[in-house]
Design a protein around this ligand. Structure first.
Ligand SMILES: Nc1ncnc2c1ncn2[C@@H]1O[C@H](COP(=O)(O)OP(=O)(O)OP(=O)(O)O)[C@@H](O)[C@H]1O
Length: 770
């Protein structure tokens, strides 16, 4: 329902004049503000407009944090800013307030197009910034857009041209700049690079350079990060002009080191743990902190997945969640939402949430795997002890990592205290893990993947003084995950590859010779032979060998495994143990080679050509070996022996049959599961429709104050129709009604409160059309 409050021309003129005067007054106050003399304590002390102040107050932001007090006045004065401040110190507001204010002072309207661009490294962070912006900007009239996912260009073209403040991830923004004619940056007033260090770490350097290249040099740029590095300094040189530095500095040239980059309210500790005991310690830790909210960092998605799945089965007594980059955006958003609301919960995560995300009231950050560097450490622990609140962190360091990593921390003035584990609290979960993996081939598969990704992560680490690949106790580590043995891993460029090459280049026949047994017979590659039923039986009985079913799962999942070209798993048991082979060496001289290959030599090595079979103990017997008659009769009546033999054999056959049926059933179930999964995925894609182009990511465009993003992004199990039924009617004032000086006719549009991203989109469309 649209109402119209009529304002006549002269009233409008007066309002416009008042607005101009108000803005001029604001500009004077900004120019007169001397940060060296005045240090504002409250937002109200700053030269900022009433609508922003109201938005801040309504969101309970009254007092300034240090970085806000230091940087906002400088940014308001129009300088480029390079700001570094500790995690959780309030950097988001430090750049959002100047952004809103700049557009306000410029009397920006939807017709002026893009006024500010905010780039953040991850989608979660972009959403968080968007959410804060919609809160504090609720009293302004700018439109804000979030671009974090795939989208049909035509759909975006219509909307993006009317966005005033665009927030997004680097790749997505560049795509827009490349494709969307509607995204016109010629008018851009401000560029914000949030978590610049993280953007660079994630390999966005070129993308950022390309974005910066397309923007007008007259824009103002704010560059924020929690840690400083040479690459941030380089980026600053390229993207900032005549900039002011604000906040803490660490290791930059000519910079001042103002102390540790971690919050004072954070109590940090470390513990020395052999790699193979980490999960035991982690489980005990969780069990003794059931009333806490904690984030547990592991180095890869596969480890997160494995630990989450196994710990869930062992039920430590606290709600468990997991979050990593390989999950769909929808699942990630949902988990973030649930974690934020929960009070006692343990979240297993990768570094995808290490930076920037503002989790409320986290008590503990536990780093099970050593971070790649001190910056990552700082960001991880920064998920707690935010905005002056207390928090605790624990890092597990292996004896190999400990000394050097502690030194690295010390250089940055971070000195965690040592914790010792009480012997009474130590409890091994290895037997439980082994039993779980024994029973469930999928868990075993996850365990193998976790093993590989950890070993791989150590191999690829840059800091070889901390991460000592050669000192990894792989067998013990595999055992600690519940695996029967360490999967064989081949790393590109390692010795084994060279050895393989050497072997490959040797004359073929000689290579065969080197694989002959003591009898001169060639040991054939079993995998090339057709597998008999008995081979299969053996595979099933022997738990250390992959079953058919298990192999099927591994094949199916291997396709999605990015590591495959880098490393390959092979079960130890499938390998011929070279040390057990006869010590044959390749003849070195040509003469010796010729001799070795001569027919005579070959025949002499083969010995007697009569056929033999081997018993369970490996003893050779002639193929037809009849039992002595006397011995046979000693065993009892022939008829009874026959019956016994038949019943024994039929019992064996029944067993085998049972196993075969089970395998067939499992195969069928697996097929069904995959079919259902495919249908589910299709349905999801269909439901996401236009909203989600390539990978389920979303995009939204909305006028500020149109609702809470997390609500909008939240996707309940509820069906779409149910979702619509639940909508509440809500009135959104899209005019300048709340602004002290309005230049547009007051107009009220009644809209439904958005529940989902789709709702938010359609609401935006309505507003734009309106
Ligand atoms: N002036 C303020 N008054 C009250 N709370 C504030 C204020 N500024 C920020 N906060 C709160 O402090 C928390 C941390 O803020 P923010 O996420 O902006 O920190 P950050 O410096 O960006 O951290 P990180 O480096 O980890 O991204 C948030 O919950 C935010 O709401």
């Amino acid at each position: 329902m649209a109402k119209k409050n009529k304002v006549n021309t002269s009233q409008r003129k007066t309002l416009r004049q008042k607005e101009d005067e108000y803005i001029e007054n604001l500009k004077t106050k900004i120019d007169e503000y001397n940060p060296k003399i005045t240090k504002a304590k409250f937002f109200k002390d700053l030269p900022i407009s009433d609508p922003t102040l109201k938005g801040l107050r309504e969101s309970s932001f009254i007092k300034l944090t240090e970085i806000q007090a230091d940087s906002i006045p400088v940014s308001l004065q129009g300088h480029d800013v390079l700001a570094a401040a500790k995690t959780g110190s309030g950097k988001t507001l430090a750049f959002l307030v100047p952004v809103i204010e700049k557009l306000y002072r410029e009397k920006w309207t939807e017709f002026d197009g893009l006024g500010a661009l905010i780039i953040s490294p991850t989608r979660e962070l972009a959403m968080q910034i968007y959410e804060v912006l919609t809160k504090i900007g609720s009293r302004t009239s700018f439109s804000a857009g979030l671009v974090i996912g795939g989208k049909d260009v035509k759909f975006e073209l219509e909307r993006i041209s009317r966005i005033n403040i665009l927030i997004g991830t680097p790749g997505r923004i560049l795509q827009h700049l490349d494709q969307a004619v509607g995204l016109n940056t010629s008018n851009l007033q401000m560029l914000v690079l949030d978590e610049a260090d993280r953007c660079l770490d994630m390999g966005f350097k070129k993308t950022l350079d390309a974005i910066v290249d397309t923007l007008s040099p007259s824009r103002q740029t704010l560059l924020f990060s929690a840690t400083q590095s040479q690459s941030v300094a380089d980026l600053a040189r390229l993207s900032l002009t005549d900039y002011k530095t604000v906040g803490t500095y660490d290791v930059m040239d000519g910079s001042v080191n103002k102390g540790p980059s971690t919050p004072e309210t954070l109590q940090q500790s470390y513990i020395e743990v052999p790699l193979a005991d980490k999960l035991d310690i982690l489980f005990s830790f969780i069990k003794s902190h059931l009333k806490c909210k904690m984030i547990v960092f592991l180095s890869s998605s596969k480890q997160v997945h494995f630990v989450y799945e196994t710990f869930r089965k062992m039920q430590p007594g606290i709600s468990l969640m997991h979050l990593h980059g390989r999950q769909k955006q929808r699942a990630r958003t949902e988990t973030l939402d649930k974690f934020n609301r929960a009070q006692q919960v343990c979240l297993f995560a990768t570094d995808v949430v290490a930076r920037g995300i503002d989790f409320p009231a986290v008590d503990w950050v536990v780093q099970v795997d050593c971070p790649e560097d001190v910056d990552t450490y700082i960001h991880r622990v920064g998920r707690c002890a935010r905005y002056g609140k207390k928090g605790k962190s624990l890092i597990m360091l292996t004896p190999q990592e400990q000394e050097t990593f502690l030194k690295r921390l010390q250089i940055r003035k971070i000195e965690p205290s040592k914790l010792n584990i009480k012997q009474s609290k130590k409890k091994s979960i290895k037997p439980q893990l082994q039993s779980l993996l024994f029973k469930d081939p999928e868990l075993k598969y996850l365990g193998q993947k976790a093993f590989i990704s950890y070993v791989r992560s150590i191999y690829v680490q840059k800091d070889k003084e901390v991460f000592k690949f050669d000192e990894l106790s792989t067998e013990e580590f595999a055992y600690s995950l519940g695996l029967p043995g360490a999967p064989k891993i081949k790393m590109k460029g390692m010795k084994t590859i060279d050895q393989a090459k050497e072997r490959k280049n040797a004359p073929r026949q000689l290579a065969f010779l080197s694989r002959t047994n003591e009898d001169g017979e060639i040991i054939e590659d079993k995998s090339k032979q057709p597998r008999t039923k008995y081979d299969k039986m053996f595979e099933r009985k022997n738990q250390t060998i992959l079953s058919e079913h298990y192999l099927n799962i591994t094949k199916a999942q291997a396709q999605e495994d990015e590591d495959d070209d880098f490393i390959s798993v092979r079960r130890t048991n499938h390998e011929i143990n070279e040390s057990e082979l006869p010590a044959l060496t390749l003849p070195s001289s040509r003469r010796a080679q010729k001799k070795a290959l001569s027919k005579k030599a070959s025949l002499s090595s083969k010995g007697n050509a009569s056929k033999v079979v081997f018993d369970d103990e490996g003893e050779a017997h002639p193929v037809y070996e009849l039992e002595g008659e006397e011995e046979f009769h000693k065993k009892g009546d022939a008829e009874v022996q026959k019956t016994e033999f038949l019943s024994k054999e039929s019992a064996v056959m029944a067993d085998i049959d049972g196993i075969d049926k089970q395998v067939a059933k499992e195969k069928k179930q697996e097929k069904k599961r995959k079919r259902l999964e495919a249908i589910r995925r299709e349905m999801e894609t269909a439901m996401e429709g236009d909203l989600s182009g390539d990978d389920g990511e979303g995009q939204s465009v909305a006028y500020l104050g149109t609702g809470n993003l997390s609500d909008d992004m939240h996707d309940d199990d509820m069906s779409e129709s149910e979702g619509h039924l639940k909508k509440k009617a809500r009135t959104v004032d899209y005019s300048h009604g709340n602004k002290p000086f309005s230049s547009v006719d007051d107009e009220i549009i009644e809209v439904e409160e958005p529940q989902t991203l789709e709702d938010l989109e359609s609401l935006t469309a309505k507003l734009i059309q309106g």
